[in-house]
Design a protein. Structure first.
Lengths: 472, 229
């Protein structure tokens, strides 16, 4: 087995930098807000070092961006990285807080050599603007130590890996403090000198745990790791150092998140028809937006257009400190079907979904309606309005059996205020609804009013006259 | 003559009183031969606005568009009803052979949304017909809609009140609708692109309520007892 270790020295900083348009100095501050834990390269150029007091750092760089260290967030960001790495390697292990392990021995054949694997991972890192050092080792711990020391080399040679490890100072080997002091007192300075000691002596003089650790580095003791399983949903979060006050400020980070979504969907070979966007505010309840498509979609550009429309309609209630994009509903991709020779049907289908999605995004889901007749004698219940759905090939109702009805139906019956000039047909008695309490007992007539309009009028049980529709 | 002028002449965008040009602009037959004849054998212009000006619904204005609606649905294109004054009655439409799967009803709340929705519908290739009841429209807005209509190639009919008849409008076809004899519909062409306006015709619309001519001569004594009016 061969392991590849990715060490992210400033994962949180990289993560935040990606959703920022300006590139100012950034630091991570420890939980209590006293000390700088990490500083980005811009901050380091201005003289800020990790371990420095925050007050000193601010006096060095007055417009410093600050992020509070947060373990759950770090774990989440690490998992984000595992998700993209999963596209290249199947066996991935999370090493919190800042490392990822991937088994690559089995991948060499697929990619055509170790170098190709290395380059693929490096390209993935560059695309995501992540700072990481790569290490390769024959054991997980060897890969980790090499990566953390920044001595990664693209080789699968066990002897070479052990030689690299041997030259490492004891401090880089991550022994616990007590063991480290004792080894130094024995006059040992490098890891190689520890490797040379007989194992029995090592266990007796120091501790069996230390021996186990060393054997795990060398590969003489098994070091099983449980592989990480990717979740069945898509989740991306952008955290902002400066609160975003205007909706258009969200579009820049959204572009990147949606591009990742498109990538993810391409890898899954799936589409989605609804996105959830959660905007978190500092002092208010998070805003939740549901963006729905009328059909399956995977292209980032289309998602962005719809979200853009939606954000135009809803101005932000409060400044946003972070934004989460969630997709939980996946649809399998449809094989193109029902095409005619020119392939027009499919284009129309797509254009239809685009148009309806756009309209729904701006006007709301309730603004668009599709009508259908219902089996009921009462005119106001003989039709229904439902959400718009693309239906194709549904056979027409046996239309001739339907009774003659006007094309316009009033939203509610309007009182008849004038005597009609002519009567044409009637009465047609409609009586029903005793079963659900909406009782109707009416005699319908067709009559012409003075204005020339042809109306559908009725007299109900209470002897009142009403107009219920117009023959348009 | 320059290319530009030729195009203007051919599309009948410049009105010439001394000759009637057989225009080449695309159009959809209305389904009423009498009306088609009055419109130079064409019908509803495609890729342009049409206006129907009428006082009140219920005079046969939907039946005027019904043949086109049926044809558009058969072709698999959509019919959009934008802010209709009453509910289009589904059983009646189904009876007339309109495929309801292609009919989409849209209600817009805000004024800006109306124009935006219209423009989007007009530009889309899935749209066959847009019927809209806009309420008040400034002539600048009608112009905007006309431009959007030109981007697509579908029929767009605005239903407006008759008092706008005097107002100038960039629509390619303007029809004034009035109730006529025997429940018919009187159509008065106020404007059409490339020719003289002023044609009048009357369309028989009594069939919309199953009133044959025999029945209309027979006076049914209503149950009217003088309780109203």
């Amino acid at each position: 087995m061969l392991w590849l270790y990715l060490h992210f020295p400033q994962l949180v900083l990289d993560h935040i930098r990606r959703s920022r348009e300006d590139q100012g100095a950034l630091v991570v501050v420890e939980g209590s807000g006293q000390k700088v834990v990490q500083a980005c390269s811009e901050a380091r150029e201005q003289g800020i070092r990790s371990g420095m007091r925050l007050k000193t750092a601010i006096s060095l760089a007055p417009d410093l961006g600050m992020v509070r260290a947060d373990e759950t967030r770090e774990a989440r960001i690490l998992e984000d990285q595992a998700r993209w790495l999963y596209r290249y390697a199947a066996h991935i292990v999370l090493v919190p807080p800042d490392g990822l392990l991937a088994e690559i021995g089995s991948l060499q054949k697929l990619y055509g050599g170790l170098l190709a694997v290395w380059q693929t991972v490096e390209q993935g890192l560059n695309e995501r603007q992540l700072n990481a050092s790569i290490g390769i080792g024959h054991t997980p711990l060897a890969a980790r130590l090499i990566a953390r020391a920044g001595k990664g080399e693209c080789t699968a040679d066990k002897g070479h890996i052990l030689r690299t490890l041997s030259q490492m100072p004891l401090l880089a080997a991550e022994f616990n403090e007590k063991a480290c002091t004792r080894l130094r007192r024995l006059g040992l300075n490098t890891l190689g000198e520890v490797f040379d000691l007989p194992s029995g002596e090592l266990a007796r003089r120091l501790s069996p745990e230390l021996l186990a650790y060393i054997q795990k580095i060398q590969g003489t003791r098994p070091d099983p790791r449980t592989p990480w399983q990717p979740p069945h949903s898509f989740r991306q979060q952008a955290d902002f150092v400066q609160e975003i006050e205007h909706a258009h400020g969200l579009l820049f980070p959204l572009q990147r998140m949606l591009a990742e979504l498109e990538d993810d969907l391409c890898w899954r070979q799936q589409d989605t028809d609804s996105l959830r966007l959660v905007l978190r505010h500092r002092h208010a309840e998070p805003t939740r937006l549901q963006i729905r498509m009328s059909g399956p979609e995977h292209r980032a550009g289309n998602f962005l257009n719809l979200i853009h429309l939606r954000l135009e309609q809803h101005s932000l209630s409060a400044p946003v400190i972070s934004m989460v994009l969630l997709v939980k509903r996946f649809l399998s991709r449809e094989a193109p079907s029902g095409q005619d020779l020119l392939g027009e049907t499919r284009d129309l289908n797509e254009a239809w979904h685009t148009l309806i999605s756009r309209l729904q995004a701006r006007l709301g889901d309730q603004a668009l309606r599709q009508l259908s007749p219902q089996a009921d004698h009462r005119p106001e219940r003989a039709w229904s309005a439902a959400e718009v759905l693309r239906k194709t090939g549904t056979p027409l109702m046996p239309a001739a059996e339907l009774p003659r009805r006007p094309l316009w139906l009033s939203k509610s019956p309007q009182p008849l205020t004038e005597a009609p000039v002519a009567w044409f047909s009637g009465p047609e008695r409609i009586s029903g609804g005793w079963w659900d309490g909406q009782r109707v007992h009416r005699d319908y007539y067709i009559a012409q009013l003075n204005s020339g309009q042809l109306a559908w009028v009725f007299r109900d049980a209470r002897e009142g006259w009403f107009v219920h529709g117009w023959f348009g | 003559m320059s290319e530009l002028l030729n195009t203007l002449m051919r599309d009948a965008r410049v009105w010439q009183g001394h000759r009637h040009i057989q225009t080449t602009q695309p159009a959809e037959p209305t389904g009423y031969q009498v009306l088609d004849n009055q419109l130079g054998g064409l019908g509803w212009p495609r890729g342009a606005l049409s206006e129907c000006l009428l006082d009140a619904p219920g005079i046969g204005e939907l039946h005027l568009l019904l043949p086109l609606m049926q044809r558009v649905c058969e072709e698999g294109k959509s019919v959009f009803w934008l802010n209709p004054p009453h509910t289009p009655y589904a059983p009646a439409l189904a009876r007339e052979g309109v495929n309801l799967d292609q009919v989409v009803l849209i209600h817009t709340e805000e004024e800006g949304d109306f124009l935006w929705t219209m423009e989007n519908c007009l530009r889309s290739p899935v749209t066959g017909l847009v019927m809209a009841w806009p309420g008040k429209l400034a002539s600048r807005e009608v112009r905007r809609l006309q431009l959007a209509a030109e981007a697509g190639s579908n029929v767009c009919v605005l239903f407006r009140e008759r008092r706008y008849a005097e107002q100038n409008s960039p629509a390619a076809l303007r029809l004034e609708l009035e109730p006529g004899e025997q429940q018919g519909l009187k159509v008065n062409v106020l404007k059409r692109r490339g020719s003289w306006p002023g044609q009048r015709c009357s369309l028989a619309m009594a069939q919309r309520a199953d009133l044959s001519s025999r029945e209309t001569t027979r006076t049914i004594r209503g149950p009217w007892s003088g309780s109203i009016g």
